[in-house]
Design a protein around this ligand. Structure first.
Ligand SMILES: *Cc1c(COP(=O)(O)O)cnc(C)c1O
Length: 425
């Protein structure tokens, strides 16, 4: 085999991989229709017909509910807003704990903080990178009120045991399906597997509206509370005759008509975009699975993976190069690759210094919170091993990538792994 590019050889690929692009004529037309109408948003923060937004927002929500087979859909301006509203709707507040994943985007844990509650981090499973009933159970205390479970990288978490556990302890489960729209678990869509599901429509995600999000639930009372938090709850509760005003401190999490119109078109494209991702991932796994030291992503038998990214694990032999040197060699072959994902959330300054809301230690201090949460390095050893040592992430599955791109990716990995001994340790 030819010399590695990092050692002075010729790279496998010269041109950058194609970028992901899903916005086309359909979205353009939909936006222009809204522009011509002159109404870019029709929300009113009072109890009136306009409390639920304009025609595009309502049509988008109806289409989303139909596609995912859920009773209630509430569009929002981001997944972050959706998570904040979901945790608030669950009645979480000062003194409460919310069990979350440390291996996710920061908002999956910050949604507890925003509601003045304390995130408690459960470790992940090394096969799927998701938290599980096994890692959640030992963390449940009398203070636990909710669990935020992330379908990380697009693989649904194992929800049946999680929901059983939650039922036993009377906990609300929120599914962060930002990376998993279209993935399935036991023939049900990711995002519909818990009491509340939250999707992201930011521009990195499988389908997007620039910025945006969607919250789904089959529970009418939770849906109402999420709608209220989205839209100035405190001035609406009286007119609407809402009894339970816990956390009915409203935000403005409303989506505009433009984003909703784009969302309607993007949703139509989701099945094809997902099928292409799954096809690309299957091709990669077929060609990468026999490389010693590289573990391609596993898909649980009862699930389909959304392949937001293609997560691999590098199992390093003694004296073999560290992941950093390996990744540098792959990049030198013209194939981008990420090392780890995001730093375990509890290592952020917010958790290390316990400074979040104001300067008096809320939400981590008495009189409301009397627990003793730990955020030390080492609390989630699998997460830390995945992030700091093993995980390699490639944006290798999206729908603008073709088989010839897959072939270059596979060739680069095969080439580098066949000459590991030539890399510095
Ligand atoms: C993208 C993402 C979010 C945040 O989504 P926004 O719409 O940008 O707020 C939250 N959780 C996960 C797992 C994500 O991937």
């Amino acid at each position: 085999m030819s010399k590695l590019a990092i050692n002075g050889g010729t790279p496998v690929r010269k041109d950058p991989l194609p970028v992901y692009r899903t916005i086309g004529e359909e979205e353009k037309r939909a936006v222009m229709e809204v522009m011509d109408s002159g109404n870019l948003s029709e929300f009113l923060g009072t109890w009136s017909p306009k409390f639920f937004g304009g025609p595009k927002v309502q049509a988008f929500e109806a289409a989303w509910a139909k596609h995912f087979g859920v009773k209630h859909t509430v569009s929002v301006n981001s997944n972050t807003s959706g998570l904040n509203a979901a945790v608030g709707a669950a009645g979480v507040g000062p003194g409460d704990e919310v069990i979350v994943s440390p291996y996710s985007m920061s908002a999956s844990a910050a949604c507890a903080i925003v509601n003045n509650a304390v995130p408690v981090f459960a470790d992940i499973d090394e096969e799927t990178f998701n938290i599980s009933a096994k890692t959640i159970a030992p963390l449940i205390t009398a203070r636990t009120k909710a669990i935020v479970v992330v379908d990380i990288f697009g693989h649904p978490a194992d929800f049946v045991p999680i929901m059983e556990l939650a039922k036993k302890h009377n906990l609300i489960v929120i599914e962060d399906a930002a990376q998993a729209p279209g993935a399935t678990y036991q023939n049900r869509f990711a995002g519909t597997l818990a009491h509340i599901g939250v999707f992201s429509l930011n521009y990195h995600k499988t389908i997007h509206t620039g910025e945006g999000g969607v919250v789904v639930t089959n529970d009418a009372a939770l849906a109402e509370r999420i709608q209220l938090i989205r839209n100035h709850a405190e001035v609406v509760v009286q007119g609407k005759g809402v009894e339970n005003i816990v956390n009915m401190v409203g935000q403005n999490y409303r989506m505009t008509e433009i984003e909703a119109a784009i969302g309607i078109e993007q949703l139509k494209k989701l099945p094809a975009l997902m099928a292409k991702r799954q096809k690309n991932a299957e091709y990669l796994t077929k060609h990468l699975k026999d490389i010693p030291g590289l573990i391609s992503p596993s898909v649980r038998e009862d699930s389909t993976h959304g392949f937001y990214v293609y997560p691999m694990r590098y199992i390093r032999k003694e004296n073999a190069p560290m992941r950093q040197a390996l990744a540098a060699a792959i990049r030198a072959e013209g194939i981008p690759v990420g090392e780890g994902y995001v730093e375990p959330i509890y290592l952020q300054p917010l958790y290390q210094r316990r400074i979040a809301l104001g300067d008096k230690g809320a939400p981590f201090t008495k009189p409301y919170y009397d627990g003793e949460v730990k955020y030390d390095r080492g609390i989630c050893p699998v997460t830390e091993r995945m992030h700091f040592e093993e995980v390699l992430i490639g944006d290798y599955c999206h729908a603008n990538l073709e088989e010839k791109d897959m072939d270059d990716i596979c060739a680069a990995y095969k080439k580098v792994f066949s000459q590991l001994e030539t890399l510095k340790a």
